[in-house]
Write a protein that binds this ligand. Structure first.
Ligand code: AMP
Ligand code: GLY
Length: 423
């Protein structure tokens, strides 16, 4: 029986907590910092998910058997390494391995070195260099801040002058140190999908594919966000395509990381662009996607805890095969109007009980707070994640929207076209 410490406070962590709580080998779940919505699943402790020293001190006191790290910031700052130094196991990569997400220039160099298919690109540190490379590319242009920028560090534009202006602003510190260096790359056409892969350093086990919706508004319009909804499985990531991604992208990555002396342990999230020539890597993340994890946790039939432990203990090859609910799953994100810009807090979320009544529906909370009266209040940009399983994808999505009909929240919005590509 195990004591688990989960790090994070969003919808992804609510879903991970919900799933971990079903584990027959769980003794106690503590969550740092968790949220009001998670308080009935685990003991929430007020340490920020980005406060590496605070999390370390908490782990020292609480002595969990395993720390499960949800978000990327603490990973990039070496939380897993520091826990290892005090003898506490962590699910999540070392800071060196987390560079696959935390440094896009690292990953581009890595892909080139290991022949991993990706967009043609150039790493730049100076405006003149950026302009010179942009002049060689066809439109549209893709510019990315090197470091972590909470999903906001990517600019895509058809206009060369605009691209140069964006390079100038980013290099001048638009995203602080994260944009002191940029990746400039060719625009890839095709269909996007994400594959989640469990890794123990040497063995990789694909979980399942999902498709996210990054843009804020219907028709894939508006600014990029953390994700407005998703579904799984992704029809384009069928068994044959998954095998190909594992062979051409994931396996070379695992071997390359071993060769660099920083084997990857945790969940590797490959953002892919797939066209007739096959899959290309758009980016890596070193953690579960949010809101993809919400749907993955609904569909995973195995106990999650042994799977996470196998990554940590290096015996993934002995893990029983992952089983997925054959029913597709979907998630629709409800966000405060104004997201991904700054948003007001404190508006009332009505109708949640009724919205969650269908047994195929599960509502995870991203940014909410509970008032002393018991009523739920919005407390962030992305606020609620409505998930559902259905006999087919259409039904899963319809069930999400039926649940949302019951939610009374004039200050919120959602996309009304989640899953359009697959339907
Ligand atoms: P990233 O943070 O690298 O995943 O980029 C955010 C989003 O921008 C991706 O999900 C894609 O939709 C888009 N994107 C990034 N790079 C490219 C590219 N080279 N070609 C086309 N779209 C891209
Ligand atoms: N949903 C995209 C992400 O987690 O980065």
């Amino acid at each position: 029986m195990m004591k688990i410490m989960l790090v994070g406070s969003g919808g992804r962590e609510h879903a991970l907590a919900w799933k971990l709580a079903q584990s027959p080998i769980l003794r106690e779940l503590i969550i740092a910092p968790g949220s009001d919505a998670m308080a009935n699943i685990g003991r929430c402790l007020p340490v920020s998910a980005e406060d590496v020293d605070g999390l370390l001190a908490l782990a020292k006191t609480e002595q969990p058997d395993l720390v499960v790290i949800g978000p990327e910031v603490a990973l990039a700052e070496g939380l897993a390494d520091r826990l290892a130094e005090i003898g506490i196991a962590a699910f999540g990569p070392s800071a060196a391995a987390a560079q696959l997400e935390a440094s896009k220039t690292f990953t581009k160099d890595f892909c080139q070195q290991h022949n991993i298919p990706a967009a043609r690109s150039c790493n730049v540190e100076a405006y003149a260099e950026a302009c010179a490379y942009l002049d060689t590319l066809p439109s549209p242009y893709v510019l990315k801040a090197d470091g972590l920028a909470a999903g906001k560090g990517v600019v895509i534009t058809d206009d060369l002058d605009e691209a140069k202006q964006a390079a100038k602003e980013m290099l001048a510190g638009q995203f602080g140190a994260a944009s002191k260096r940029l990746v400039i790359e060719e625009f890839l056409k095709g269909e996007e999908a994400s594959l989640f892969v469990l890794c123990d350093g040497k063995t990789a086990v694909p979980m399942v594919g999902a498709q996210d919706h990054k843009r804020a508004f219907d028709g894939d319009k508006g600014p990029n966000t953390g994700g407005m909804g998703c579904y799984s499985p992704a029809p384009i990531l069928d068994a044959a395509m998954t095998t190909r991604v594992m062979r051409d992208i994931i396996e070379p990555t695992l071997h390359g990381m071993i060769a660099q002396g920083s084997p990857f342990c945790g969940v590797l999230y490959a953002g892919l662009m797939i066209d007739n020539n096959g899959p290309k890597l758009i980016e890596y993340n070193v953690r579960f996607g949010d809101p993809e994890a919400q749907v993955l946790m609904r569909r995973l039939q195995n106990d999650l805890l042994p799977a996470l432990l196998a990554c940590v203990n290096g015996d993934l090859d002995a893990l029983p095969a992952l089983q997925w609910d054959p029913r597709p799953g979907a998630c629709v994100v409800l966000a405060t109007k104004g997201y991904p810009g700054t948003t007001p807090k404190g508006s009332t979320l009505g109708g949640l009980v009724k919205a969650g009544q269908d047994t195929d529906v599960e509502i995870f909370h991203a940014g909410t707070k509970q008032a002393p009266s018991g009523e739920w209040l919005a407390n962030g940009g992305r606020v609620l994640n409505i998930t559902a399983l259905g006999d087919d994808l259409g039904q899963a999505i319809a069930k999400c929207y039926q649940a949302i009909e019951h939610i009374n929240w004039p200050e919120g919005f959602c996309r009304s076209d989640i899953g359009w590509r697959a339907l």
